[in-house]
Design a protein around this ligand. Sequence first.
Ligand code: GLU
Length: 467
Amino acid sequence: MEIRVRIGPSPTGDPHVGTGYVSLFNYAFAKQQGGKFILRIEDTDQKRSSLESEQAILNSLKWLGINWDEGPDIGGPCGPYRQSERLDIYKKHIDMLLASGHAYWCTCTAERLAEVRKRQLALKQPTGYDGHCRELNHTSGVIRLKTPREGQTVFHDALRGEIKIENSEVDDQVLFKSDGFPTYHLANVVDDHLMRITHVIRGEEWISSTPKHVLLYRFFGWKPPEFAHLPLLRNADKSKVSKRKNPVSLDYFREAGYLPDALLNFLGLMAFSFEDGTEVFSLQDFVKNFKLERVSLGGPVFDLKKLLWLNGRYLREKRTDSQVVSYLQDQLFSTEYMSRIIPLVKERVEKSEDFIEYADFFFKGSVLVDPENYLIKGIDDKKKLIELYELLIERLENLRPFDVPNLETALRTFCEEQQIKSKDLFMPVRMMATGKKATPPLFDTLAVLGRERCRTRFRAALGELKK
Ligand code: GLU
């Protein structure tokens, strides 16, 4: 039997380090056994998915050096690997479930569902759909899974052994939405079956969905794949890694000057260790030594200090001087980045050395200054100030594209909403992003710095304010 694994990223934001981690473990598992590693774009959430995010995911996996055997081409055709192009397949399958009585239409309104939830919470009952439409034979609305009321669903997890759940605790999950799109659950199971996936290796946040998937396999009369749920990456305080605490976008790591092989090595150390204790290894070594049963379930800590240490070792030991020169030319001082900076600073300089004076903040890691500089006139309450910045940062993080017109609109709208004079906000924002009072025009500067640098600098500045 050919081993076939897949990752199914949803293109709804920045390429996440978690995607790199899960990809690496899937890749190693498949490659070691001569199997196939498949990349499938799970874009069933129409509102949140974007092509830009899809391309960013593909680019970051390529950057890491994880190549897929089947899946979309970068900038090219997607083949059968983009779920939004397979709607008729899911439609056919949901019709099968309706016909066999394992799914039903539901017309409950959002208000009713909210009421039910409120009642359940008040009675300290588990929340979930109350089955109101199960026997009503509607023919419109959304379509739900008709979970058995009795018995148990059991599945085997390669890392955790047998997992058992009472069917009464499995929610009547929505499988098909009224916009004609399936939900993740239906599309994922149908595709894993049709794409002949033998092992589903994914993050542990999906364990609670697995019983629903196992029921679907049973109702379709299909054999489920093997499951293995990897432990989630954690911050040092054991909380789940999130962009509020640490950078988590693969784009950030690329822009901040981490080497892809060092990052990949670091991700390999999450939840896995070589039998002989080797800590510095290539992708090929990892593939050779990987054993699924050696994956450790204790929450792996995504420790940036360790990553830095490893990156330093890669720079010193795995790159020749001339490779470092080319690396810097391609990365920090790339022609593309420089050609966006020069027009902003050229007016102010008289000789080349002056570029350092005026443009240093485009290249620096930290640009922190005294947090006094981040205060906004008229906002004396620190809690309010922090909340305000949290909101602003969130707005900017979600700005797509991160360009001058969008930045200008976002910042000006924010001022209006919060009734802050633009000059009272723009100076502290400039200080956060650059550490300087005099810079080229703010929106241009932010656009050239790019989302990742801005995000990291704003969060670092906010950290100072919180101290
Ligand atoms: N679309 C899911 C995600 O965003 C895939 C989860 C799975 O591997 O089943 O991670």
